[in-house]
Every structure is written in C-alpha cells, then in structure tokens.
Design a protein around this ligand. Sequence first.
Ligand code: 3AM
Length: 350
Amino acid sequence: MEWHRGHTIGHGASATVSTATCRGGVFAVKSSELPRSKPLKKEQNILSSLSSPYVVAYKGCDITMENNKLLFNLFMEYMPFGTLAQATRRCDGGRLNELTIACYTRQIVEGLEYLHSKGLVHCDIKGANILIGEYGAKIGDFGCAKSVEDSTAAIGGTPMFMAPEVARREEQGCASDIWSLGCTMVEMATGGTPWPIVADPFSMLYHIAYSNEVPQIPSFLSKEAKDFLGKCLNRNPKERWRASELLKHPFIGKLCLNKEGLESNSSSPTSVLEQGFWSCVEESESFGNLVHTTFEISAAWRIRMLAVSSRVPCWGRHHDENWITARSIRVEGFGNCGTGTTSTSRELSH
Ligand code: 3AM
C-alpha cells in the first residue's frame, strides 16, 4: 500500500514524527530506523491495544525502505494543533485561563482513568505529551508507558514532572501519573515549570525526592481549582486521589464534554462568533457556577484553537516535491504489528 510522507513535525527521543497522507486521509507517522526501533515497537504494542476518545488513535504500522534505510513506522491520528505546552505558550500572556484549564484537565483525567483501568501507567504526563485536536486534548507519546504489574520496567519520565516516589526510585504507579497531572496544571496556569526556583536537574530531583515541598499552587486560581490541585500534588501517593475520584471533583465534575455532543452541536467559528457564544463563555468563567453547555465549550474551543494556532494544517503550502512516496515493503501481519487495527490502518498497510 502506498502512502506519502509529508513534512517533519518534530523529533522525539528516538523517533521522528512527520505528516503522512494515504487516499486523501492525513495521519501522523512516527518513524525510527529498524535496528533502533525497539522503543517505538513497544509504543506501538501499547498504543494498538488502546481505544479512547482521550488517547491519540492508533492507525497501523509498517516497514519501509527510504533513502536506503529500513524504517519502522507507527501511524496515528494527526493532531493539528500541536502539544498542550505549545497551546499554552501561544495564548495571551503565555498561560491559559481557568475554564480552558478545566476543560483540558477533564479530558486528560478521562484519558488517565481509561489507561489506569486497563492496568497501564503513562509515566510521562506533561504538556509536551498532550496533543490538541479539534475537540481538545488527548494523551500521546506512550514511549515510557508500562503495565502496572511490570515491576521490572525501568523508572522513567521527565524529572520536572516526576512524583516524589519516582524521584526516589521507589515506585511508579497510577498515583505517579496523577502527580504529573498536577504539575501539568501548574504549567497550564503559569506558563512556567512546576519547580521554577530549582536550577539544575540534579538538585531538582533531590528536592522533589527529599524536601517536604510541593509545587507552588498559583494563588489566582479559584478555590475549586486549588483544592483539585491539592488532591493531585500530595507527596504521599496513597493519599492522592485516583482518576475516577478526580472526575467527580467540583472543578471538573460538572463540565459536559461528551464527544458526540460536541460533534452534533458543532458550528462554524464564524457563525458562533456572530451569535456571541465566545463572550458568553468568557463572562461566565467564575467557577462558582461552572455549568456550561456542551455547545458553548465546543464553540469556545474551536474558536480559540483556530485563533491562536500557528499549526492549523495548510496542505496547499506543501508543494508536491516535498512529499515522499513510501511503499510498505513489509507489514508484519497485523497480529505482530498490533491488534485493534482500524479500517484505516488496513488501508495503510495492504
Ligand atoms: O517537536 P514538537 O514539540 O513541535 O507535537 C509533537 C511534537 O512536536 C508531534 O511530534 C513532535 C515530537 O513528538 N506529534 C507527535 N504525535 C503527533 C500527532 N499524532 C504529533 N503531531 C501531530 N499529531
């Protein structure tokens, strides 16, 4: 099956992410040279077992020969608005308002609840690993993910977002993801890092592991937001709230983010602007009465994303010569290349 590699989106630890097209559809493809593709194959193995509106969707895998090199390719849905870290930086003042934080947080917690219920720990939750699409946030980059049961798996992640028990190399479980979620919320609220005062990575890890401190909870947040953060940023992993409990917390519990609702109520940004829904959402952002209709949130998202994104896809920009045709030379029968393949992935691979 032929597909076309487009421009490079970015580079991960051991792989490069590019756009790809196949029969008019657009995908993201994460590729690494076959001899060095063990981590990407592990990620493919995990991602192919997942199916949630809050996790970036798996679309298949194959092996290609490009520039005399064998590449292992993992296909995913394309998330046009980049990462949550980038979306935060693009916003006015370089930080997000509380309603937007609540909406993204709700989606991340939904994703974590799904992963944890399947016995998986993500191990690297942070703004740079949350991807933004038309309907908000989805968890991406499963390069560090592991089974809760797997006691042999190496401890991993990003030091700045690590829970104290992870920094001490004691354990890395579902509760550690919840701590990292709290750090990600601080990142959204301040546009900065959770531990801005600690300079070098070694002192930072030591500080996280052995001080009695937690990241500073921004004073300008509402009572509900601060309380929610307190449930995540508890140094004792046993006292941290689970994802299923956080979903009922007043900060995010009343938001209505039903995907079907978002889709059925979608309107064009222009028509929504004309109806004044944008200001309606902004004005009612007090959180004493955080009950917004699905329509309002959907509209706010679409407008905000369209307004602030510098990464809205513009396919006309990429001239034909920038696209490389890739022909799968080996598709490890999809048993090997992952279960849970979708019709799109079969299209990509046959
Ligand atoms: O290098 P930057 O941070 O610009 O956003 C992800 C990151 O961009 C992007 O690839 C880079 C390396 O991880 N990325 C990852 N998965 C993606 C996807 N499914 C994606 N971009 C769009 N859709």
